[in-house]
Every structure is written in structure tokens, then in C-alpha cells.
Design a protein around this ligand. Sequence first.
Ligand SMILES: NC(=O)c1ccc[n+]([C@@H]2O[C@H](COP(=O)([O-])OP(=O)(O)OC[C@H]3O[C@@H](n4cnc5c(N)ncnc54)[C@H](OP(=O)(O)O)[C@@H]3O)[C@@H](O)[C@H]2O)c1
Length: 259
Amino acid sequence: MSANYVVTGASGVLGAALAVRLNESGLVPKGLGRKPKPPGFVGHWLQCDLTDAASVESCLADADVVVHCASSPLEPEKDRITMRNLIAVARRTRCHIVYVSICSMESAAPYNDYYKSKLSDERDLELSGISYGIVRIAQFHPFVSRLLSHLVVGPIILAPKLQFQPIDVAFAAEVLCKFAMDRKEGRSPDVHGPQSFTQRELIHAWLRGNRMKKIVLPFPRIGKLKQLGRIEPVEGLSGGRTWQQWLREEEGSPSPYTW
Ligand SMILES: NC(=O)c1ccc[n+]([C@@H]2O[C@H](COP(=O)([O-])OP(=O)(O)OC[C@H]3O[C@@H](n4cnc5c(N)ncnc54)[C@H](OP(=O)(O)O)[C@@H]3O)[C@@H](O)[C@H]2O)c1
């Protein structure tokens, strides 16, 4: 009998890509999210708010592996409740939890509650005694694109100092799928895109991809930009489309992010 996989956040960017990948690998994962089943999702859907302990308990009762892609960056305290609920269920059912995290958070965490909460989630898992894996991934292409769109102010694009290794979501899902299917324990190597870009390189490629002309204005890392400026390049597993390839093939399509 094949194992029961549940993908939390399966309506989101990574969760949806992972569900497709698991299906292609011959598994039929159940998707989980707060809203009803999204159109096009293949397989069973669990409507569940992960902050509700009783609902988590009943929805995950027969799960063998839970790949946790759900997240609420604007409400990190809710993500912390979710992690406690997942660990409590795993203690009872002995399911394996795969947690998706973010590369290079340590130096950014002092400036950002979301990164702090993700580091705490990782620590909770490490101390939990349950079977778990952690996969840290660099910034997704559509995330970086959305971020840059917010830096446009009229004829100007603000250019705070930063360095990203943007990653193709399909590649991230491929690595995550393999890690989850192997039920690897502990931290995987960090997963990132094939190139590391400074803010100027990122922005110039993005402007070209969007056929936009803007004045690129160096800008101090203040407010929310402070944390992003602290993200440092990592060395681990890399692959997938480059930033330029992704811009050529996908830019112009609506952003999956609503922030
Ligand atoms: N974005 C990036 O660049 C990036 C980079 C590295 C790692 N990551 C990590 O990858 C994971 C997925 O990120 P993403 O960008 O794919 O996220 P996303 O597109 O924003 O999707 C998050 C999903 O979580 C679900 N969700 C949120 N709160 C929930 C709750 N209480 N109960 C059930 N479902 C809940 C949402 O669905 P409903 O609203 O329908 O519930 C949504 O589908 C996160 O852990 C993130 O930290 C992201």
C-alpha cells in the first residue's frame, strides 16, 4: 500500500508545484488549505486551518508524511501555533514532517519576526524527538519579481543593496519531492538558483524582461529592506531555470502573490 502524503499550503506557490511533482512520481498527495479545493488540483482536498488543533488532529490522522508548505508571513505567531499542532499530531501518529524553510535567515532574523518564527519552528522540530526533515530554499522567482515591483516609484526603481540566488519553483519542488519521498532525516543541503545576483544585476534583468525603462536609484536598507539586505549567498543544491530564463518565459503573467 502506498504511503499517504499530505501537502499543506497546496494552494500556494510551492505547495501546488510540489503536489504536481508528487503526482508525477506516482503518489497522489492530499492537499490541505483553509479555503476550498482550488480548481485544477488533482487529488483529495482537506479543508483545515492548521492553527485549529482539533481540525489538524482529524485531518492528519492517517498521514504518513506531511510536507509543510503552508505559511502566513504576515502572522508569524499563527505559524508557531501550527508548528506546535503538527508536532503534537506527529508524536501521536508517528508521521514524518518535512518543513520548508528559508536559506540564510540567521543574519536577517533580528530584523524580521517571520524569519525569527521560522528559526524557532526549525528548533522546535530539532528538539521534538519526532521524525522530521528541513529543506531551506532561496527566494522564488515570482517572490523576487513581486518584491521588485514594489520598489518602482514613478520613473524610478529603488535599488537597496542585496544579493539573491533566485530559484525556479519547479526545481525547488523537484528537490523537495525527492527529499520527502526518501523521508530523509534532519537538514537537507540548502537549495538555491544557479546564479547569485547583486541588486543591480537583478533589477536590470527584471527591467529588460518587463520592457521597462526606469532610473535605478541606490537606496539605503531601511525598514523591511533591512532584513532582505542581510540574506547571504549559500552553497548547496542548485539548478532550474535562471532568473533571465524565467523572466523571458513567465514574466507578464499575473503574480501569484497578493501582497
Ligand atoms: N516565497 C519564497 O520566495 C520562499 C522562499 C523560500 C522558502 N519559502 C517557504 O516556502 C513555503 C511556501 O511559500 P509560498 O511562497 O509557496 O507560500 P504561499 O504561496 O503564500 O502559500 C502559503 C499557503 O499556506 C496556506 N496557509 C496559510 N496559513 C494557513 C493555515 N493556518 N492553515 C492552512 N493553510 C494555511 C495558504 O492557503 P489558504 O489561504 O488557502 O489557507 C497558502 O496556500 C513557506 O514556508 C515559505 O516560508 C518561500
